[in-house]
Design a binder for this molecule. Structure first.
Ligand code: DAH
Length: 330
């Protein structure tokens, strides 16, 4: 009787250990545990037969049963550890990030060279206490010419070939119109810088475009003199171009008196970079300022011109063509 039950115990151990070693999932392992060691499991069933044994046989059988139980539990624990680490390993492999993969290319945008110049110039003037102002690109004859001391029969109108619109309005030929717009709404002291697009009926070539950009400068206050204008222009040009020689050359604009053009010595040559002057008293009168109390200075320059000089661009049309090979260089 004993040996029969003992054989069954040992057979159970062998069979169990083999089954446990062969199992491949944690779920199947749990099923085996229940099957062998669970309350209604095979080992329990054998132990229930202990009652049939004699009092001397029982302790020996009990001891063997314990060994079998421990052996099976050991196998279960071992196999569980093996399966769990395999599972973690598989998960790690599935989640591996291959940093040598090429990745997705996202082209990076850049600031257009014209916007770069505008940003730079505005930064400098804002640093000097100026406010950024803007006007509209479609203007009336009054704001573009008349209020700027340029009546209809004025010969200076020939300086700028104008796009007239069918309704009698026009596309502004310069940002100087913003001066009038701003002064009409505000009282001195005034310090503004006005960037914007302007239009001229020019034939397009390497140095001309029918649409281009200007930046306008206007200061009106009590006691402003030509010295203030010179100092401001000098500080600005040095911040833009570096410490280069500049000169003021007498010139003419209807809206300034006296007027000047500013040249910059660039690569050994004098280069004309901007127009400027003291605001003509007639301009101040047109917005209701008393020229006996207030004086002002103004200046205007072309953004394309600055960009072409600073970046050594040979053809103005490159600035408008949106050719990425060109734009990526900035
Ligand atoms: N408006 C002029 C132009 O388009 C540039 C200019 C010259 C602006 C003198 C000014 C100035 O404010 O004072 O050519």
């Amino acid at each position: 009787m004993t040996s029969n039950l003992e054989d069954q115990l040992l057979a159970l151990r062998q069979e169990g250990e083999a089954a446990i070693a062969a199992v491949e999932t944690l779920e199947a392992l749990e099923e085996l545990r229940v099957n062998y060691l669970g309350k209604k499991g095979q080992l329990g069933a054998l132990l229930r037969n202990m009652g049939k044994l004699s009092a001397e046989e029982r302790p020996k059988f009990g001891a063997i049963a314990n060994t079998v139980k421990e052996a099976l539990q050991n196998s279960l624990d071992q196999q569980r550890a093996t399966l769990e680490s395999a599972k973690i390993q598989a998960q790690l492999e599935a989640e591996t990030l291959d940093v040598t993969m090429p990745g997705i290319y996202r082209p990076q945008g850049r600031v257009h060279p014209l916007n770069g110049i505008i940003d730079q110039a505005l930064d400098i003037f804002v640093g000097l206490g100026y406010t950024v102002a803007q006007g509209s690109e479609m203007e009336t004859d009054y704001y573009n010419f008349e209020a700027l001391n340029t009546p209809p029969d004025h010969p200076a109108r020939d300086m700028q070939d104008t796009f007239y619109l069918p309704d009698g309005n026009l596309l502004r030929t310069h940002t100087s119109s913003v001066q009038i717009r701003y002064m009409e709404k505000e009282e001195p002291p005034i310090r503004i810088v006005a960037p914007g697009r302007v239009y001229r009926r020019d034939d397009v070539d390497a140095t001309h475009s029918a649409v281009f950009h200007q930046i306008e400068l206007l200061a009106v206050d009590e006691g402003l003199t030509f010295t203030d204008l010179k100092g401001t222009v000098k500080v600005f040009l040095q911040a833009m171009f570096g410490d280069l020689p500049i000169r003021f050359r007498a010139s003419y604009f209807p809206f300034t008196e006296p007027s000047a053009e500013v040249d910059l010595q660039w690569n050994g040559r004098w280069l004309e970079v901007m127009g400027c002057g003291m605001v003509d008293p007639n301009v101040l009168k047109s917005v209701g300022y008393d020229p006996e109390i207030y004086t002002g200075f103004a200046a205007g320059f072309g953004v394309e011109r600055f960009a072409m000089v600073l970046h050594q661009i040979d053809d103005i049309r490159r600035l408008y063509n949106s050719d990425l090979r060109f734009l990526r260089q900035f």
